[in-house]
Design a protein around this ligand. Structure first.
Ligand SMILES: [Zn+2]
Length: 288
């Protein structure tokens, strides 16, 4: 079985000490490709380096670099962010755009002392939309895949997508947790949707199972968002030490369990789902 991880952050500092083991485990579970997403100007060089290193040392797993300003980091972007993004893209063959997007959770629901947002200025939605549009337009102009994050801002995202240029090849809504009703609207605009193993938690499953059943099969992908979004304990086949703050570090090889879980939701064979989602990955991100 061959798998593709449509969205992850394998360059993250919490995976760094385990890099060799993680890359070996990925090969063992059949992960043949993954899109590694940078989230701010400071981590693009790490993304680029990891993808280049893996290409020379771990040829069974192809890591595709992606550069973007994530909505959590929009408020701390430098004056030169657009020039820096163009330069990262121009000097990295095969790079795509992401992680970009909109996030109202950060503004409305996140605690003031949430450690994940420590030190970040939380950009108001209008500012996030402006930063998102610039990056989406760039993806459209170059017809590059764009990877989109959205929390609590589905209406605003739909409107931004409807009124912006979009890449003709499509875009990814990563860890899609929007409503069933919006699936068709996003699909019509060119969306692909990736399923995250975090959704296998029974409380999330109750809401999201009908949503993923409604997504057209040729728009469905699998992802881990590793080291974030851990799969529920009972699904985890691979474990890593917790980070210093105590949070679980999601091992990217849990993509295997993610595939098994979604196949069960859809009532199809997991090999068939793996083949489908790999095909869709190739269509959106290019041949691997
Ligand atoms: Zn992510």
């Amino acid at each position: 079985m061959q798998l593709a991880d449509a969205h992850c952050h394998y360059h993250d500092e919490w995976l760094l000490p385990h890099r060799e083991r993680v890359l070996r485990d990925l090969a063992a579970v059949g992960t043949v490709a993954a899109v590694v997403n940078g989230t701010n100007e400071a981590d693009w060089a790490d993304v680029k380096q990891l993808c280049a290193d893996a290409a020379s040392t771990h040829r069974s797993v192809r890591l595709l670099p992606s550069f973007g300003v994530h909505p959590w980091h929009a408020g701390n972007r430098s004056e030169n962010w657009e020039r820096a993004l163009l330069e990262a893209l121009d000097t990295t063959p095969g790079a795509s755009i992401g992680e970009i997007g909109l996030d109202r959770w950060m503004l409305d629901r996140a605690k003031p002392d949430d450690p994940r947002l420590h030190g970040l200025r939380r950009a108001p939605l209008d500012e996030q939309i402006a930063v998102f549009r610039r990056q989406l337009e760039l993806a459209a102009a170059r017809n590059l895949p764009a990877t989109i994050h959205c929390l609590d801002a589905w209406g605003a995202l739909l409107e931004a997508l409807q009124t912006s240029a979009r890449p003709a090849r499509g875009f990814l809504l990563h860890a899609y947790a929007g409503s069933l009703e919006l699936v068709k609207s996003f699909t019509d605009l060119g969306a692909y949707f990736s399923f995250n193993g975090y959704f296998l938690d029974p409380r999330r499953a109750a809401r999201l199972q009908p949503v993923f059943r409604a997504i057209p099969r040729d728009r469905l992908l699998l992802e881990t968002d590793a080291p974030a979004m851990p799969v529920p304990k009972e699904w985890a086949t691979h474990k890593l030490p917790r980070e210093a703050g105590g949070s679980i570090v999601n091992h990217p090889a849990n993509l295997d369990a993610t595939c098994t879980g979604l196949a069960a939701w859809l009532g199809i064979d997991r090999d068939e789902l793996a083949a489908h989602t790999l095909e869709n990955f190739r269509t959106l991100f290019g041949a691997v």
